[in-house]
Design a protein around this ligand. Structure first.
Ligand code: BDP
Length: 326
């Protein structure tokens, strides 16, 4: 009797769970490398709120800021494995995993940030997004990361000024080639280590956009920021492909919508806060110099393109698409 009763009870409990179906909420973790005060931190918090709202609490995203879930290359692996579901990733460190994403890591490939977004919103962007999704890092939306420029203890006005300098770069062979082509010594290193490396002279310089230069205190241990703007690398809100595809179509649309809205918000914040970051570091004593002629930097990159396209001839079509985008 008791046995029968528990079997019935068990049956109805299972039935309830089955009926409820997706009502068992998805609790996802998101990786963010930035701290409070960086536009992406606010945008990722907004994304989290929007996801809960849009899915009626069926999907919830808890964002871990400050890179506490690991370095960027590690976090990318975690997302691919599904151990972390979401991340705000820079496409630079994605290049070694997804070849197509390397388009954006070719120095001076884009004329401006709006040009970069036009390329991403066109055919080239579709190719990159599909290749990323196939590698289990599905981009839900693209976000702005401005342009990256050099900073060190002296102004940099020409590739000769980079000669002999040890420059920290993100993890991607294209960046080591880029620095070598200017006669510098590239030093790939995790973002979290850069401030100390600059401070102790382990590296002579690094390169980044204004918000990151400010947010993690690199400006406190350098003196000059030189507007080379050699790389315009977009970022994404990216999700593990299988986890995303396992959601119902309605939930997929809701999560994607939340990412798109958060990306619009991020771009607005970026515009205002990157200007502000520049003013703040200048007020703190950083000398910012324009580079009158970027031609010599671009000329030095011809070898980088030749070597890269020589080794990766299948990337020529994407490069052409970007160059032909108005
Ligand atoms: C910042 C990016 C971040 C990178 C960092 C870096 O937002 O994703 O990890 O640069 O240089 O601008 O490593």
């Amino acid at each position: 009797m008791i046995k029968k009763f528990s079997a019935t009870l068990l049956g109805s409990v299972t039935g309830c769970l089955l009926l409820a179906g997706t009502a068992v909420a998805e609790d996802w973790r998101a990786w963010n490398i930035h701290n409070e005060g960086h536009p992406n931190t606010a945008a990722m918090d907004r994304f989290s709120e929007l996801v809960t709202e849009a899915t009626g609490g069926e999907v919830n995203v808890q964002v871990f800021h400050g890179g506490v879930l690991g370095s960027q290359p590690d976090a990318l692996e975690q997302v691919r494995l599904g151990a972390i579901e979401i991340g705000n990733f820079n496409l630079g460190p994605i290049g070694p995993i997804v070849k197509e994403a390397n388009l954006v890591s070719l120095p001076f490939i884009f004329k401006s940030v709006p040009h970069m977004f036009r390329v991403l919103e066109g055919e080239a962007g579709d190719v990159i997004a599909k290749a990323m999704a196939d590698a289990d890092i599905l981009p839900l939306a693209w976000v702005d990361a401005g342009a990256r420029s050099f900073y060190s203890q002296k102004p940099i006005n020409s590739p000769e000024d980079v000669e002999g300098l040890k420059i920290r770069v993100m993890n991607n062979d294209l960046y080591t080639s880029m620095i070598s082509a200017m006669g510098g010594n590239p030093s790939p290193m995790a973002f979290a280590e850069v401030q100390q490396a600059l401070k102790t002279g382990v590296v002579d310089g690094a390169e980044n956009n204004f918000p990151s230069f400010k947010n993690v205190g690199h400006f406190e241990v350098t003196t000059h920021y030189s507007l080379s703007e050699h790389l315009i690398i977009p970022e994404c809100i990216c999700v593990n492909t299988s986890k995303f595809n396992a959601l119902s179509e309605e939930l997929q649309a809701a999560v994607r919508g939340a990412a798109e809205e958060a990306a619009v918000y991020q771009r607005e914040l970026w515009a205002v806060q990157s200007e502000q970051a520049r003013k703040d570091v200048e007020a703190a004593g950083i000398t910012v110099n324009e580079i009158a002629d970027k031609g010599p930097f671009q000329a030095a990159m011809v070898k980088v393109y030749d070597d890269y396209l020589g080794a990766n001839p299948d990337m020529a079509a994407l490069v052409k698409m970007a160059q032909e985008t108005e």
